[in-house]
Write a protein that binds this ligand. Structure first.
Ligand SMILES: [Zn+2]
Length: 255
């Protein structure tokens, strides 16, 4: 299985990262994608994957940290995309949910940084890993204009119409711990409708944990809980979910 979105480079894992990785191997989580969030931590993200073939990094400037991003960071990203060959450009996108991020000048800055990073991805022929909250229409519009080679909409939580448009544009939709909660009725209904060959598994650890570890730090070790929840929702064997979602991730992220 592949955890297509995990912040294993965050300090939350500094004290037990190797233990977590050993446990992942035991549980069949063979690959973990680690997307960067800001230029200040690019080195740490790259380093965290340096001696372990099961870890793959993406590089990008996350909209949540839009206040700290500088124009220079886009140049750094462009250079590293060439020199270090990340698996994707990410985590990038739009967050129109957080109140502090939707003040007009910041909203504009979010759109500018997202657009420019889509151009960088296109230029280096890399897929993108997208964070999106409350901005699917804007995001789809920008993707249509920039036409990157596809990628993943992480923690997808839009409408079925949005899902169809993303799939048409060559994107996969990421599902995580939220679907393990019975009360996530809307998201579970969505997961039932979306074809399995357009889905990938992810944890977004250390955030967004599974019901089995409610209130605790999330971990890539919990991917099997997400696989099982999806298998139950779609009424297919867990093995099928593991196999198809892994093939999807390898196809779109090309590794
Ligand atoms: Zn993330």
């Amino acid at each position: 299985m592949i955890d297509t979105h995990c912040h294993l480079d965050f300090k939350d894992f500094d004290h037990d990262r190797q233990k977590v990785l050993a446990s992942c191997r035991e549980k069949g989580v063979s690959t973990i994608i680690i997307p960067a969030v800001s230029a200040a931590t690019f080195d740490k993200t790259i380093q965290s994957c340096a001696h372990d073939n099961s870890l793959k990094f993406a590089l990008g400037l996350h909209p949540f940290f839009i206040e700290e991003h500088q124009p220079q960071d886009l140049l750094t990203l462009d250079q590293l995309a060439k020199k270090k060959r990340p698996i994707a450009i990410g985590e990038i996108g739009l967050d129109f949910f957080e109140k502090k991020l939707i003040e007009p000048s910041l909203k504009e800055k979010q759109i500018a940084f997202f657009s420019k990073q889509l151009i960088i991805a296109k230029h280096h022929d890399l897929p993108v890993i997208i964070h999106n909250r409350k901005a699917h229409d804007e995001c789809i519009q920008l993707l249509k204009e920039a036409q990157p080679k596809g990628g993943i909409i992480h923690a997808f939580n839009g409408s079925i119409q949005h899902a169809e448009k993303y799939i048409e544009l060559g994107f996969l939709l990421g599902f995580g711990g939220m679907i393990t909660f019975e009360r996530s009725t809307k998201l579970r209904a969505l997961a039932e409708k979306i074809p399995l060959n357009a889905m990938v598994l992810e944890t977004d650890a250390p955030d967004m944990t599974v019901v089995q570890h409610k209130g605790e730090r999330n971990s890539p070790e919990y991917i099997p809980y997400i696989r099982d929840a999806l298998a139950e929702i779609k009424r297919v064997p867990a093995k099928t979910v593991a196999q198809v979602t892994s093939e999807n991730a390898r196809r779109v992220l090309t590794f």
